[in-house]
Design a protein around this ligand. Structure first.
Ligand SMILES: NC(=O)c1ccc[n+]([C@@H]2O[C@H](COP(=O)([O-])OP(=O)(O)OC[C@H]3O[C@@H](n4cnc5c(N)ncnc54)[C@H](OP(=O)(O)O)[C@@H]3O)[C@@H](O)[C@H]2O)c1
Length: 180
């Protein structure tokens, strides 16, 4: 198998809010298209709450869902009881899926980013020019220290109609993360 690496994909506000615990706060159709392109043919590692917020498996990708509930099942999902079990399931899916890409996507939400970022070599960020109040169950993307991450702005997109302004950033880990 080719060397496999892990990439986190996230959209966050300037205040690092990523959602209110139930779903996203903004609707940016072009960003959803970009996420689809970044993640197609990859296994996605997500938390059970993020799975619930999407409500279905995303086509062309594996949905590996972290939950502590050992009896949890859902059609089209692969349950995993830890980040390590999720990575093992992702590697297994890549190995057994024709045309799979050798990249695991850390798909969120807040709890899963917190636990999985140490395995990531790259983060693809969409930074939305808002600081939303995510409410009592707000989820956040962890701070990326510039000592550990080299962060570059890739593109800036102006607000149009009901869609807020946003920018794309890419963070690359400064020290080599071992391949998975
Ligand atoms: N903007 C974005 O890019 C983006 C991306 C993804 C999600 N989101 C948003 O983020 C919010 C959800 O994030 P969240 O932090 O509340 O929840 P989450 O990370 O999606 O899921 C949390 C759940 O994951 C399971 N879990 C966590 N750690 C585990 C471990 N070590 N082992 C096994 N299972 C574990 C638990 O499930 P059980 O309770 O079943 O045990 C826990 O309740 C939503 O608003 C969603 O829309 C935003």
């Amino acid at each position: 198998m080719a060397m496999v690496s892990m990439t986190a994909v996230v959209a966050m506000g300037e205040n690092r809010v990523i959602g209110d615990g139930k779903g996203l706060i903004w609707h940016i159709p072009n960003d959803l298209k970009r996420v689809k392109k970044l993640t197609m043919a990859c296994p996605l590692i997500m938390g059970r709450k993020t799975w619930d917020s999407i409500g279905r498996p995303l086509p062309g990708r594996a949905s590996i869902v972290m939950t502590r509930d050992q009896s949890w099942t859902a059609e089209g999902a692969i349950a995993a009881e830890s980040i390590e079990a999720a990575i093992a399931a992702a590697l297994n899916w890549i190995q057994n899926t024709a045309n799979a890409r050798s990249e695991i996507i850390l798909f969120g939400g807040g709890e899963i980013y917190q636990q999985g970022l140490k395995y990531c070599q790259r983060v693809e960020l969409t930074v939305v020019a808002q600081s939303p109040d995510g409410g009592a169950e707000a989820a956040y993307f962890p701070e990326l220290s510039t000592a550990d991450w080299d962060i570059e702005i890739e593109a800036k997109i102006k607000a149009t109609g009901g869609v807020p302004a946003y920018r794309y950033e890419r963070a690359l880990k400064r020290s080599a993360t071992p391949h998975l």
